[in-house]
Design a protein around this ligand. Sequence first.
Ligand code: ADP
Ligand code: MG
Length: 337
Amino acid sequence: MIGIIIAILFFVFVTGKYEKHEVANSSYALGTLINLRASGNKAQMAIDKATERLNEIDDRMSAFKESSDISKVNLSAGTMAEKVNSDTYFVVKKAIEYSEILEGTFDPTIRPLVTLWSIGTKEEKIPEKSQIEKTLKLVNYNDVIFDEENNSIMLKNNNQALDVGGIAKGFAADEVRDIFYQHNIKSALIDLGGNIFALGSKEDGSDWKVGIQSPFKSRGEYVGILSVKNKSIVTSGNYERYFMKDRKRFHHIIDPKTGYPSESKIISATIISDNSIDGDGLSTGVYIIGIDKAMKIIETIEGIDAIFITEDKKVYKTSGIDESIFTLTDSEFFEEL
Ligand code: ADP
Ligand code: MG
């Protein structure tokens, strides 16, 4: 009897102790709201380290901070190569890989156009057509020159500029995941402004549930729910940052071929992958490339799946997405088979 009571007390004590160890924290970095939730004895320490790391990545890669690697490369465009931290080198290199896979729809030299449109700032406006055409000439991912030995990067021409805003959050999410692993975290939800990594499973062992935001409804209303363990989920959409003019929506994903916000039928592109850098880089580009090519490209990449929503309310899924992973919850939408 005593033995049983001790066993019960021991169980309550041990499991109770773990339950109390879920730590949650919100902060701001990489231009977005960061929400971190982790369970484990070292959860607090893990979250503190991760927050520090996120700020470090921001300091290196922000195009708005004058001392960042990205700003240094941009200021020296057309003049000289700049040595950068290995994080920055890796991210820019990955960005170019995705530019190639995505036929230039993803292009980290997009910055002059992003600046011209100023979407998400007080100065946002539709630029003159002539200005767009002039600026478009500066955007070309083939003009990023790498020097592996020196860890340096150079932009070929004056006024060219890098913007890794379409991929840096993915890299950052992977870094947070690795820090969490190092602190023996078995269950965590890493949310960098909607760029999500669901680490392990929920504390009770069940899958993490992540909603895909409805492009037409207010925040928190979903088209469907993803059920995952240990996966990155990244969505690019036209409903997060945009302005309206003459009933038209001008959003923040710019088509490097036209210089205007992408007008493909896709209004939401979600990538499910093991690494968030892949999800982030891919989601931005496939959003622009259009539904047929998007489906084909994702199908050819092993271990990566996608869910696309088009403006006619159709939901497209790649072959790895079955009923155990995705449940459509909004009956206004139709699954394309
Ligand atoms: P979010 O940052 O809203 O999560 P994305 O990952 O899709 O969304 O990235 C959008 C950001 O990427 C833009 O704010 C801009 O900085 C940059 N960007 C816009 N168009 C492109 C493009 N065609 N290729 C690469 N980056 C882009
Ligand atoms: Mg992206």
